[in-house]
Ligand binder design. Structure first.
Ligand code: GSH
Length: 195
């Protein structure tokens, strides 16, 4: 397995974090995003979206962090994908939340603040605040996003939430989110950003 990523990529961190949590080895190939390597013909052949992460596996090439998490759980760690039809659908619901609300709020704000990407900051801030409020509601009543143990939903949602400070938002008024982050950070195999 080869993971194409960049050390700064939060979406790449989702995959590296999950690989570490399940103790799965993987070759990491850095992609020079600032240098535009992701726009090269060779990289676009791997991912026509021109984004990391990309995972090359014996069956083919997968792009999109959520899709890669689904593959890795199904192939290597089924316990992390949900136990039954309802749980697997609930996991998919949070993966969709990661790809939409988390990406257009917290991820976009971090990219804007750290890399200077143009952004409608008030609109993205509203999305990010709504994201945190929704999560706080779920986590005030439950320890994990799905069921009673961590799933790939945690790997998809946690990275950009835990980096809220880099997006210019504080988690001070979200105690349940902070408790959930601490539980994830205490899991065996937890991998910090940039490690
Ligand atoms: N939906 C994709 C988003 C991937 C994404 O936004 N990747 C960023 C790095 S975190 C990227 O490669 N950006 C390069 C670009 O868009 O030019 C996923 O979840 O993998």
């Amino acid at each position: 397995m080869i993971l194409y990523s960049h050390p700064f990529s939060g979406n790449g961190w989702k995959v590296r974090l999950f690989l570490s949590l399940i103790g799965q080895d993987c070759e990491i190939r850095p992609v020079d995003l600032p240098g535009g390597e992701n726009r090269s013909t060779a990289f676009l052949d791997l991912n026509p979206r021109g984004q990391v992460p990309v995972l090359a596996v014996p069956e083919g090439v997968l792009w999109d962090s959520q899709a890669i998490l689904v593959y890795l759980a199904a192939r290597h760690a089924p316990d992390w994908g949900g136990d039954d039809a309802f749980e697997r659908a609930a996991v998919a619901q949070w993966l969709s939340f990661a790809a939409k609300e988390v990406a257009t709020g917290l991820q976009a704000l971090r990219l804007h603040r750290v890399m200077g990407r143009p952004l409608d900051v008030p609109a993205a801030t509203r999305v990010a605040e709504g994201t945190l409020t929704l999560l706080e509601g779920r986590l005030a009543a439950h320890g994990w996003l799905v069921g009673e143990r961590p799933t790939i939903a945690e790997a998809a949602v946690y990275p950009y939430v835990s980096m809220a400070g880099e997006a210019g938002l504080s988690l001070a008024s979200y105690p349940s989110i902070r408790g959930w982050c601490a539980r994830i950070e205490a899991l065996p195999g937890f991998l910090p950003m940039g490690a």
